[in-house]
Write a protein that binds this ligand. Sequence first.
Ligand SMILES: Nc1ncnc2c1ncn2[C@@H]1O[C@H](COP(=O)(O)OP(=O)(O)OP(=O)(O)O)[C@@H](O)[C@H]1O
Ligand SMILES: [Mg+2]
Length: 300
Amino acid sequence: MGSVSSEGLPESYQWFPDQIAGHHPSVIKNGKREIGLLKIPGSHEILKPKQDASRGEKEVALYKLLSSSSSVDATTSSSLLTTSSDGLRNGTRMKDVNRMKGLTAKFYGMETLFVDGEDREFLVLEDVTSDYTRPAILDLKMGQVTYDPLASAAKIEKETIKYPPQATMGLRILGYRIHQRNKEVEIRDKDWGKSFDETNIQNGLSEYFSARHADLKMVLQEALDRLQPFKEFFESQESFKFFASSLLFVYEADKTLPINLRIVMIDFSHAFESNGQRDEGYLFGIKNLEKYLNSLISET
Ligand SMILES: Nc1ncnc2c1ncn2[C@@H]1O[C@H](COP(=O)(O)OP(=O)(O)OP(=O)(O)O)[C@@H](O)[C@H]1O
Ligand SMILES: [Mg+2]
């Protein structure tokens, strides 16, 4: 994803330069460029375009639910969650919502911006990469299936053949970027990610976690530690199922600074209410990731 002209953007905004995956202005569809994430350089926020139709509605609904402060907000229906009249389920959902709050980027509300000649709605989110001098950023798409329960037969077919190891690993490397000492950025894209399966995914993970070279073991250990709250959440939550959603990793590649590894869940365009079932596919991916990290630690 190279740099794209900021022509057509409101003054002082640029395309978010550290975007790993997703809709990007370098992609032209039907003669129009896609709208990607925006940023005011120097700020701690990014703006993610609200996607069309139910996808955008779902993501906004989930972030609003997570930022709601009262139990009443968390139990009222939204376009993500069909109303449940069962008080017990509402109580469970409230608990799950509260536990998920610390696992995502902060949501600051919606904003409308005039981009490429039209008004577009954006979610204003915390930029989790902004506090780093030289961020190393990784996007892992989690779960065993990447199509949601409402997908057409054609979509199911397309998603299933796209990357078969998704089903056996429960995760996939969508890409990573490592800011190097000389201001260069090492970029690995989705085709790189697709070159791995369960026999060699360690190679990809080990390159990403090696940005501080000899500190590899410490970085891996920190990743394992930070992963635990996500595992605990998925081991018990029975309110949501996520499809084509990601875990975003970031840590400091500058060895003179603390590692400061952070993980957040992102991309909720295909988040569904699960009504009393765990998200086994996502949990399977987390457990495998834990296994891969542990085996890298024992090899290091
Ligand atoms: N809160 C955040 N902080 C920093 N970077 C982020 C954040 N959210 C998303 N990103 C970056 O943007 C990329 C794309 O995000 P995301 O997957 O949410 O968008 P998308 O795929 O275009 O959207 P959708 O799947 O809803 O169509 C991620 O790979 C990540 O690099
Ligand atoms: Mg996406």
